[in-house]
Design a protein. Structure first.
Length: 85
């Protein structure tokens, strides 16, 4: 959806003894075709998109193996992250 694009990768120690790169964020100029599909004239408008993988930080910090656990809405899973405890 963006071009040119950039990506922020973090090097982190793997708890299993190795290490690896993690894509943590990205950004770039919105592709003119995306603007056209939204009904905007790319000769008049431009866009800049960016995002940060906050959920990836949570995965690493709490040793969560599957990102799906964060978004499936299982209250039993979510209760372990109560604020203030």
């Amino acid at each position: 959806f963006t071009e040119p694009s950039a990506e922020l990768d973090l090097w982190f120690p793997d708890k299993k003894g190795g290490a690896g790169w993690l894509e943590w964020g990205g950004c770039g100029m919105v592709n003119p075709n995306v603007l056209k599909s939204a009904g905007l004239d790319p000769e008049v408008y431009t866009g800049f998109a960016f995002g940060v993988g906050v959920e990836r930080t949570l995965l690493l910090r709490h040793d969560i193996n599957d990102m799906h656990d964060l978004v499936e809405g299982d209250v039993r899973f979510s209760e372990q992250f109560v604020m203030g405890e």
